[in-house]
Design a protein. Structure first.
Length: 430
């Protein structure tokens, strides 16, 4: 009996180490996706100014941004190919999301060609890049949602919301630059800008909640910087202008520079957070390997020195005996550390640790669940009522304030309405 139990205990710990190595590979993949998103954001911003100015500005910047993005595309494809190996243990959902991301990247060359020929409007180009980036963000979101270790999962939640906040900052840069470069304020773009600023702040608040204290402090200090003050002034000039009011086109470059500085600050935080993630994975792996060695030693001692009392095996399977130490016989010393009670203690400690991990994961999962539900509710409103993303979110916010209910509760109620269920979910065609 003890031989089979010891084999199971050791195998469980070996599987834990394998899972941690898979998670470490996912963190590396998330880092590469983050780099690609950053490069695409730069390319989108430069393309937006290039098109809005009818090719008069940022032509060289756009070409330089494309040159940075292309090798990162190849790097992501290599990482995806590595994840396809059976030993990586990638889920069907992860492989599907990677397939969608690669499919979107296949269309990038055609998009660049159309922008070069100025066959796209600035708004259409921003939308195309944003949809591509959204697919990459969904990949990072899934990896955060699937992480089973609290220390790593918490940091991944901070990471996904930081990347999301940085993405909305990138969209803000593109829309603001487009407004200034066109020389004219448009209400639709102005509303888009307001929505992006609000979404950005919500994402960054969640980043602060789950990030390490040192990174949280760095971000709070950046909020007091002169660059942030300048960004706020430029934001006000765009958000308070009347529809159709003239804007100063030369401010597009000032706006782009200031917004880019903010994105660079977020990028530095993203790199710091990625370092924390790698350290957390390595720490978990080292701890698991140490536990494996300790368990192997204990179980080897148990195998080499079987307990002399036959009733020990019976006690092992009694619930009341799990937490009790072995009782020495008269005249005997302390319980043999290789006894069945030691094995029971090992199993109990492992079970308690797994239970604690499950409790600690709840907060991270709640944050991810809230984002998922709100995004689904927005999508349902957009699909059924023909609303824009900004209008759908404003509708949810208004209902939340009018009824004094949490935004999450309103989103869940929205999804529960029959008319809000997507046609594909009902199994019928629209």
């Amino acid at each position: 009996m003890h031989q089979s139990v010891s084999q199971l205990v050791l195998r469980a710990k070996q599987l834990e180490i394998e899972a941690l190595r898979h998670l470490e590979a996912r963190v590396q993949l998330a880092g590469i996706v983050g780099q690609l998103i950053d490069a695409l954001q730069r390319e989108r911003g430069a393309s937006s100014v290039f098109l809005a100015s009818e090719g008069a500005r940022f032509g060289a910047e756009r070409e330089a941004a494309c040159a940075v993005t292309q090798p990162l595309e190849a790097l992501l494809r290599a990482q995806v190919e590595a994840q396809m190996a059976p030993e990586q243990g990638a889920s069907a959902r992860l492989l599907s999301l990677m397939a969608w991301a690669l499919l979107d990247l296949e269309a990038l060359a055609a998009l660049r060609y159309q922008i070069e020929r100025r066959a796209f409007s600035a708004s259409d180009a921003v939308g195309a890049y944003s949809r591509l980036i959204a697919g990459l963000l969904e990949l990072v979101f899934y990896m955060a949602d699937a992480a089973p270790y609290p220390e790593v999962s918490r940091l991944l939640v901070a990471f996904v919301h930081l990347v999301q906040g940085k993405e909305t900052a990138g969209q803000e840069r593109a829309v603001g630059a487009q407004l200034f470069a066109s020389g004219l304020c448009r209400d639709e773009q102005q509303q888009r800008l307001v929505h992006l600023i609000d979404a950005q702040e919500r994402s960054l608040r969640l980043f602060e909640e789950f990030a390490e204290p040192e990174l949280r402090q760095r971000w709070q200090q950046l909020q007091l910087s002169p660059n942030t003050a300048m960004l706020e002034r430029l934001r006000r000039s765009l958000c308070m202008a009347r529809d159709g009011a003239a804007l100063e086109p030369s401010l597009s470059e000032t706006w782009f520079e200031v917004a880019s500085e903010r994105i660079a600050q977020l990028w530095q935080l993203q790199q710091g957070l990625l370092d924390c993630l790698h350290q957390a994975c390595e720490s978990q792996i080292q701890r698991a390997q140490s536990d494996l060695q300790d368990s192997a030693g204990l179980l080897r001692q148990l195998r080499d020195n079987p307990p002399p009392r036959a009733h020990e095996a019976d006690r092992f399977f009694q619930p009341s005996g799990l937490a009790q130490p072995a009782i020495p016989e008269a005249g005997a010393g302390a319980a043999d550390p290789g006894s069945a009670a030691s094995l029971a203690g090992l199993l109990q400690a492992q079970s308690e640790r797994l239970a604690r991990m499950e409790v600690e994961l709840d907060a991270a999962r709640r944050a991810l669940h809230e984002r998922k539900i709100i995004e689904r509710a927005k999508g349902a409103l957009m699909a059924r009522l023909g609303l824009t993303e900004e209008a759908a979110f404003r509708a949810l916010q208004k209902a939340s304030m009018d009824h004094n209910r949490r935004l999450l509760d309103v989103a869940e109620a929205t999804l529960s309405l029959p008319d809000m269920v997507a046609p594909a979910q009902r199994g019928v065609r629209p």
